[in-house]
Design a protein around this ligand. Sequence first.
Ligand SMILES: [Zn+2]
Length: 464
Amino acid sequence: MNKLFRKVMRIGKRLSKKNRFAKIKPLLMMGFSIILITFLLADSTLSVFTVSINGKSMGQVRNKNQIYTLVDSVEKDLSEKFGTEATIDEQMISFASTKVKEMEPLDEDAVIWELSKSENSFLKSWVLSVDGKRVVAVNNEDKANQLLNAITKHYMKDGSHYLSTDFKESVEIHEENVHSNKLLDYEEALRVVLTGTSEIKEHQVRNGESFWTIAEKYQIPIKTLEAANKAIDPEKLQVGQKISLVIPKPYLTVLTTEEAIVSEKINFSTTYEKTDSLHEGEEKVKLKGVFGVKEISTQVVRENGEIVSTEVLDSAIVQEPSNQIVLLGTKAIPSSLGTGALDNPSRGTVTSAFGRRWGRLHAGIDIANKKGTPILAADGGVVTFAGWRGNYGLLVTISHGNGKTTLYGHCDEILVSQGDVVKKGQTIANMGDTGNSTGVHLHFEVRVNDVPQDPLKYVEYTVN
Ligand SMILES: [Zn+2]
């Protein structure tokens, strides 16, 4: 309209300069009329675009750029928020050209809200696929690779020597545009791949709780709880500790092959030498044996930390064992030492008799009393052993001649030494509970030619 007005004015000016005003007066009048009509018309109709997003009306604009400016700013905001390139899907925006008297203004807030919706924008992302199935998407390629490293490391132990690591499944990272609700942050993506879910279901252990009470509380089998918490010892629950209630179903299987070197002891052999410098039944180590060492190198293959195969690669003797030499006494025990009859070796009550007990032979009797109660030699003889022997704890053995020996186990303290000649009734030790013992007592044995006899056939006790 302005153009036309200016043109008319210009013509007017030109004509007036040439002093022909009169001639062009009707023309001028006509021009003014056109301008007037045009302005009147312009006032009553406006050319606008009605903007719709996904079919929803958002108001009107005179210039489409007003919408594209908003698209740019939302894309910028989303890019900043998600740390990756965001693109609004412009196909959902439609414009309908129309003429109106009065323009319905654009609802900018509604437009921004609509454009920002997850389903209306695409984010440049890197998707981890397992056997062709999309599992997680993260916002940059380094993170996606870091994710694979962290998953592998999750099943590796410090100090192990790994020969190789791999995934059982085919794994691929590719670039793809995804909606923002599909994009995960790094920690969440890691959790999804490792556990098969983004859900966290945990229970915090309270005072007095056990796996059994927790399983009962959530109505889940105890086996589920154990499988979900393999790294936790159910016997050692601590207050405040977090127990997972979900069995992990990892998307990936990490295959690790490690080389493990195990040391194994090699037993030494023992040879015996007879000597008359020791009494019958007495033994003395002449040369201590030394265990040998064997190193075995194995290849262990694991799937997600669980061993699936073990193969011996090599074994080598690092140290040969060396032989032990033991002296065996041959000197006869003087028959004058033993009277042949045995006295009670200690005051106390018999709490366990000779015979089969829990499927095993109880080769003696147990005499219980206070710690420190004196233990007496049941008859005269020679001490053939005085020291620690396995389950017996501190043990004294006495040979009385004619193949008869007595044994005194679980002593607190030993008062004699090997080779000592002892008299009947002499204090040889104090009662204790050393070795495999339940409570203070004397374990007393009588043997004839090393065959255990029922001591109650030799000594007199009131049996409880
Ligand atoms: Zn016993």
